[in-house]
Design a protein around this ligand. Structure first.
Ligand code: SF4
Length: 462
């Protein structure tokens, strides 16, 4: 394209200054066929589709492995912290010993393998396992891009109370970028769990998430410190995650599954794979930006989020300025005032989500793609109060399946079995939800995190 542009430039200049440029005008040696990208695009799409097909079925394995890995790393770290330095860590079958470290590295817990003497930073392993789990979950449940994930802040988690029913709709605000519109995504219960685990991990004794500055690679500016959801402490500094660190986390998470691709090589996964899987699995749109703007409007952002007591005013101002700057890079028609009909349609969408056995989780402006066969649908969030109704549906399906088998209605048996599997899954979801809600969460005692290198003597110095 560049070479062709050069030849075209020569032809254009020749019309303005024929004596100077005319002798250089010749036919471009790059033919039309050579710049046609259709074939290459088709190949790339086929490659990407193949990638998605390979990764979609293994996603549940990745999710459960990431969760197991973080729980195991947390348990190992906790056990190691309770072990005397120099002694074997219980539960490791004698393979790990807590290492003796200098006071300077006191906030880190080290262990060494008894067989090889190799030292392992258990604090870092736990941190890595947690953030890999968090990244996998947020990416798979939202389908957002990696740069959008790295820009999520505590302010991005917002809520809207429906004026008619008073129902609270939790939402996740995705900041507008040069290449995509601003969106508000519905927060599912699973996503809410992960977000609350992140917030709980980062939150200081005052309830606020530490503020971390981050560099906008595309706009080449430093953003003011914000309560980013993906940040970590390095030494005494809070640093935002980088795209490289995010990729490293995902590589570690997929390597732990031991999965291989069709060529027999270890499977790899990138943040964008989750987006493709998400789109393939369940097409979900965010709210249109002009409605997002009204909900996240400047007027009531602080009162609705309840952050006033937690964050200084300038942090909220910085967040507003960040969103305003990004909005200014988008076409202005995206932020027109919604019409009466559009606003009514928005409210009606959330009011119409209630179905007999729970709540429909489909996104705004998306139609029901499953013809209201809610019991089979992955988007249904079953209501624990409706357990008996789901049981009734399940029993009815069992009876109908038995009748269809008896009468030889084989065409119907298959469909009934799919519905039956769906009903049983919904019952399992209800049980899991009830169990999760009955577990008390140990929040621990708030404490002051000591920076690395702080000793008893320096701590005592006023
Ligand atoms: S079938 Fe699925 S998408 Fe349709 S209303 Fe029921 S839960 Fe919602």
């Amino acid at each position: 394209m560049r070479v062709r542009a050069f030849y075209l430039d020569l032809a254009h200049w020749a019309t303005e200054e024929p004596a100077r440029w005319g002798p250089w005008v010749v036919r471009c040696p790059i033919s039309d066929d050579e710049i046609r990208k259709a074939k290459e695009r088709k190949h790339r799409k086929a490659r990407m589709d193949q990638r998605t097909r390979e990764r979609l079925p293994v996603l549940p394995v990745l999710v459960s492995t990431a969760n197991r890995r973080r729980l195991a790393a947390f348990e190992l770290l906790r056990t190691a912290q309770a072990t005397e330095p120099g002694t074997v860590i219980p539960g490791t079958e004698g393979s790990l010993r807590r290492a003796v470290t200098s006071k300077a590295a006191g906030h880190l817990t080290w262990a060494e393998e008894t067989a090889t003497g190799r030292r392992r930073n258990l604090s870092f392993e736990e941190e890595e396992a947690f953030w890999a789990f968090a990244a996998v979950e947020v990416l798979r449940l939202t389908g957002i891009r990696n740069e959008e994930l790295l820009e999520l802040t505590h302010h991005s988690v917002t809520q809207y109370r429906l004026p008619t029913t008073g129902e609270i709709v939790p939402l996740l605000q995705i900041a507008p970028s040069k290449t995509d519109t601003e969106r508000l995504l519905l927060v599912s219960p699973e996503l809410a769990d992960v977000l609350s685990a992140i917030v709980r991990r980062l939150r200081g004794p005052a309830g606020a998430i530490p503020l971390a500055p981050f560099y906008d690679v595309r706009e080449k500016v430093w953003n003011p410190p914000m309560p980013l959801l993906f940040q970590r402490q390095i030494g005494t500094e809070q640093r935002a995650f980088t795209p490289t660190f995010l990729r490293t986390l995902l590589i570690g998470a997929i390597a732990a599954t031991g999965l291989i691709d069709s060529a027999g090589a270890p499977l790899t996964i990138s943040p964008h794979d989750f987006r493709r899987i998400f789109v393939t699995d369940a097409i979900m749109n965010g709210l249109p930006p002009h409605i997002a703007q009204v909900i996240c409007g400047h007027k009531n952002i602080d009162t609705r989020m309840g952050y006033k007591a937690v964050y200084p005013a300038e942090t909220i101002e910085a967040h507003r300025a960040f969103i305003a700057r990004r909005r200014s890079t988008r076409p202005s028609e995206e932020y027109r005032t919604p019409t009466e009909e559009e606003w009514d349609a928005f409210l009606a969408h959330f009011e119409k989500r209630k179905v007999s056995i729970g709540t429909c989780g489909r996104a705004f402006s998306t139609p029901c793609v499953h013809e209201h066969a809610c019991v089979r649908c992955a988007l249904l969030r079953p209501d624990p109060d409706q357990r008996s109704r789901i049981e009734e549906i399940r029993d009815n399906l069992i009876a109908r399946t038995a009748e269809a088998e008896r009468e030889g209605w084989l065409g119907e048996v298959e469909g009934l079995k799919v519905s039956l599997a769906g009903a049983e899954e919904k019952l399992a979801q209800v049980d899991a939800l009830v169990k999760r809600q009955s577990i008390a969460v140990e929040l621990g005692m708030p404490g002051v995190r000591q920076p690395a290198g702080t000793t008893e003597a320096t701590r005592a110095t006023p």
